[in-house]
Design a protein around this ligand. Sequence first.
Ligand code: NAI
Length: 480
Amino acid sequence: KVNGIEFAVKDLSLAEAGRHQLRLAEHEMPGLMATRREYADSKPLKGARIAGSLHMTVQTAVLIETLLELGAEVRWVSCNIFSTDDAAAAAVVVGPNGTPEKPEGTSVFAWKGETLEEYWWCTDQLFQFDGGLSPNMILDDGGDATLLVHKGVEFETAGAVPQATDEDPDEYKVVLATLRESLDKDKGRFTRIAKEIRGVTEETTTGVHRLYEFAKTGELLFPAINVNDSVTKSKFDNKYGCRHSLVDGINRGTDVLIGGKTAVICGFGDVGKGSAESLRGQGARVIVTEIDPICALQAAMEGYEVKTIEDVVEQADIFITTTGNFNIITAEHMAKMKHNAIVGNVGHFDNEIDMAGLEKVPGIKKVEIKPQVHEYTFPDGHAIIVLSEGRLLNLGNATGHPSFVMSNSFTNQTLAQIELWTKPGEYDKQVYVLPKHLDEKVARLHLDALGVKLTKLTKEQAAYIGVDVEGPYKPDHYRY
Ligand code: NAI
């Protein structure tokens, strides 16, 4: 704790470098900056204590400072062990007017290359604001902060944290250990925290999936807004963000020429669509795998071959998983790949590629080429290159999505936080999406920067298609 601010980041002296990047990012984030201006006086988030778990990047730093400007108190962690930009984290702690010796920003617990134990320790730090207060809002990406509260309440109600079994994934064992330590100190901590929380706003497909599961079984402890399914989030960040950051990660990780190579994209949802385009844009021959006939047909209509992973495992040079599902690329698949095939994932969790199975292959040899790039050599002598140890490679090997697309996502996040914070009692313990007029507002805020000139409906035209001149322009079931 320095100057009253608790933090755990790599090095505060990186703050100036981080601040320069933030300045450039602010220029590329018109939606967020307009939101700052709109709410400069009313400070709608006054009184909110936001626990944020989302990749601690430069763009996220601009989000955090927006939430602060809107009146919130904020504590932040990254939602992935490799995704922190250490300079951005330092800049947030130091703040726009502070110095490394006298930081004036806010609390961040994140650095690039955390261990799993450190990661869950950081996540636990979200829940203890100054003065013994707990947060009253969560801003989540992937649902780990939300999961910790739900599991904490579950185990407090049961009176004990269960013992881990051999089948439990390593990460879940760490979650159990983190919660055991918390419960040993205070048996009602998470139950009290859950009562304080007005709601959670969730960033990504995988986290949203977890929320709907909780809601279905009646376990959801507070209202939730699904930010991912704002059109201006998933149809932009997931798609165009990955179109930019997937090749960025592969290039920075391997510097292998992508043109002419055969690349396999597993999954053709929003992330898969952007990823396939990303590699095709570099001249790769892209093959898609899918389980959903609609998405498979879409891929075929876009001109991609659609095959199974087994069909192509021996021919392709690059394999990327984008499914949000698990065991997509198994150790047996990797054993059959070409020498120096590149294997990476952009889905939220690291179980799309069976990293645990790969580590256990008898006689396998692992060499770190550089951080987040590993060569695994099989006993037969062929090797594969695994990026970011199977975690999100666009954030582990590169710096994630660029600012402009994240401005769309984070304007939705900010509006969702305002919505839940300022309307207590109006939302049940269910999962909601933002209304379409706000989605359209987010898009509108990004048009000028691109020189887009919108056509205005005449009154007669509006009446003819049955909408208001000012929107919303589409029914809720419209799919874009
Ligand atoms: P989505 O649901 O639109 O797409 C996933 C696709 O994978 C679906 O079409 C599904 O049918 C397919 N799929 C499922 N199991 C499969 C299997 N066994 N083989 C082949 N295909 C399979 O989800 P979205 O939005 O594309 O997100 C995917 C993942 O990426 C999620 O985990 C999400 O949280 C994450 N994400 C990552 C981002 C990043 O920056 N790296 C950005 C946004 C989301």
